[in-house]
Design a protein around this ligand. Sequence first.
Ligand SMILES: [Mg+2]
Length: 266
Amino acid sequence: MGDAKFVRTTISIIKADVGSLVGHHIVPEPLLEIGRQNLESAQQDGLINNFYVFNAGDDLELLMVHEKGEKNQEIHSLAWETFQSAAKKAKDLKLYGAGQDLIKNAFSGNVRGLGPGVAEMEIEERGSDPMIAFAADKTSAGAFNYPMYRIFADPMNTAGLVIDPAMFEGFKFEVLDTKENKKVVLKSPSEIHAIIGLLGSSSRYSISRIWRTKDNLLCAVTSTTKLSLIAGKYIGKDDPVAVVRAQHGLPAVGEVLVPFLHTYFV
Ligand SMILES: [Mg+2]
C-alpha cells in the first residue's frame, strides 16, 4: 500500500455505440481504425502505455493501459474525442444509430454521465498480472452479476476459495443500485444470501467492484452506466464491460471463464 517503488497502473475500458452496420449489428472497420489511430497517437505522446481497440457487436471498445489513475481528465478526453470523431465518420457513412450513445454534448473532464460506459481499475501490478476483459452487447447493466458471483463466491466453481489461504476469507462485493444511485459492500461468504437477493434483479443492481477480503486487493470492476436513467428516457442498451484479475491468490483463468460456458437471459 503506497510503496513508492511500485508504479500504479490503471486499466481503463471506455466504450460507446457511435454507429453500426445494418441495424445494431457491428462496428465497421473505418470506426475501429479511428480508434486505433487516436490511441496510437496518444501512445506515441506518452499519455498511455498500451491499448487495444475492439468491438462487441455495435459497441466500440477502447482498452487503455496508463499511469494516470481512474477518472483522469486526459484519458476520458481522449476517449470522448475518439467517440466524437467516430460518430462523425458514422454520420458521413450514413451508419445506423450514428452517435447514439453520446447523449450529452458538453465534456467537462469525465465521460461518466455523458453516455459512454466506463470500467477502470488502478492497481499495483503483480510480477505477472493476468487479466481478462469482458464486453457484452444486447444485454442489461447487470449481465455480469451471476458470472461474477460464480467466479468469486461459489466454491463449486472456484476451488481456491476452499484450498487457497489467500482466498479462504472470501471476497467483498460492491453492489450498485442503479435506480436510486446507492451502493453497498457485502461480504462473501457471510452475506451470501443478501448478495444473491440483490443480484437476481440484474436490471437494477450491478456488481461494480470486487476486493479480496484478506487484503482489499482490487480484483474486478465493471461498468455500471445506466443510459436510460441519464437520458431520462430509453435511449439504448446498457451493454456492460468488465475487467477481472486472475491467478496467484485469485481465481484461475479457467475458473474465471467457466461461468460463461452457459448462456443466460439477462
Ligand atoms: Mg450495444
